[in-house]
Design a protein around this ligand. Structure first.
Ligand code: PLP
Ligand code: COI
Length: 353
């Protein structure tokens, strides 16, 4: 792999005390292209614009997939990725569903680890802050027939991030629009899934809600996910989350929370969740907490849910008594190398250069 280092680092312009999500990119990016049936020309180079034809299929038919992962710094300054192999596997599952070539593990992992090594100064110090890493693949053939592309680009870019949401969330249960449907691409990180969610989300934002709670597209009675998060409900001392299906993105954070909770001895259930039981639980006080989780947000608790124009508030609990708060701390402590890593989730970035 070629390495071309920047001569003009932008790190001095980066204010690590005031970071919002994804508006400053680190100095370098990884780039590889798929041509003539193989991946070639892999390079780490300065973050820069990429050139391709306006006829490229990504613009017309949305052949594009991505991943989201994070690198964390520990107290000694060492850098760790969190479960990168899971992102690698899911990336190729998404690519397969979108009829795109899979990316070989050595290209993905080598590109990723060396990129994060070169840009290690971009990983923030503060607890909960991290370098958000975005691998993505786009279709670049410029022939307009509606067929899979022959050529693709795979890139990895990264951006220092702080908290995604500053406050707990006001959630609206969505009964008209759908994020995904059975047999569709909801279980993948296809870029088009996100574009399709923007309009209904904007309508909810205008009504004063932060995010939508998506329901199944056929009956709108079963809970799926919230915005770009998997969801958990803590009810009658059980932690429940919707059972995975092809309309739900199987989150790595969700999977990690399930493992952590089981290890703690919590009673955990993955099953269909009806809106009616959530509303009933909010009415009779048996639903103690609900929260969303994902790489970008880590864990974000819900403060209220709106259903058919009725507003239901969650009981007020102080932070340190909240299950979501305790789980978030457990997860972040592992991510920042502040606690044992019983599941072997951390991957230390060695110094290559
Ligand atoms: N659901 C959707 C639709 C997402 O975009 C994400 C974010 O990646 C998640 C769930 C959570 O997945 P993960 O924990 O792997 O980031
Ligand atoms: C993530 O949590 O990594 C996501 O993909 C959410 C992102 C769309 C902001």
């Amino acid at each position: 792999m070629k390495i071309e280092r920047t001569l003009h680092s932008k790190i001095k312009e980066m204010d690590f005390k005031n970071i919002s999500f994804g508006n400053h990119y680190s100095d370098h990016m990884f780039f590889s292209e798929f041509k003539d049936g193989e991946w070639k020309n892999s390079i780490i180079k300065p973050f820069s614009k990429i050139l391709f034809s306006p006829g490229s299929l990504v613009f017309h038919y949305g052949q594009a997939v991505f991943e989201g992962m994070k690198a964390y710094r520990d107290k000694k300054g060492e850098i760790f990725l969190f479960r990168p192999e899971e992102n690698f596997k899911r990336f190729n599952q998404s690519a397969q569903r979108l009829e795109m070539p899979s990316i070989p593990k050595n290209i993905f992992m080598n590109g990723l680890k060396k990129l994060i090594d070169i840009d290690r100064d971009w990983v923030p110090n503060d607890y909960g802050h991290s370098l958000y890493i975005r691998p993505f693949m786009i279709a670049t053939s410029g022939i307009l027939s509606a067929k899979p592309s022959k050529n693709y680009m795979f890139l990895i870019i990264s951006t220092p991030v702080g908290s995604y949401y500053l406050n707990s969330l006001k959630i609206k249960i969505e009964e008209q629009y759908s994020r995904s449907s059975p047999g569709g691409v909801g279980f993948t990180k296809a870029s088009g899934n996100y574009a399709a969610s923007f309009y209904p989300t904007r309508l909810a934002n205008e009504q004063g809600f932060d995010q939508l709670l998506w329901t199944d597209s056929s009956t709108h009675t079963k809970i799926e996910e919230a915005g770009t998060m998997n969801v958990f409900f803590f009810m009658k001392d059980k932690l429940i989350t919707p059972k995975a299906n092809d309309s739900i993105l199987r989150g790595i954070t969700c999977n990690s929370i399930l493992s952590l909770s089981k290890k703690e001895g919590l009673c955990v259930e993955q099953r269909d969740i009806n809106i009616s039981e959530i509303i009933e639980g909010l009415r009779n006080g048996e639903l103690q907490e609900a929260f969303g989780c994902g790489t970008a947000v880590v864990i974000s608790s819900f403060k209220m849910i709106s259903y058919q124009n009725n507003i239901f508030h969650f009981p007020k609990i102080s932070n340190h008594k909240r299950l979501s708060f305790r789980l978030k701390k457990k997860l972040l402590d592992i991510q920042h190398n502040l606690s044992e890593d019983p599941f072997g989730w951390r991957v230390k970035i060695r110094r290559y250069f």
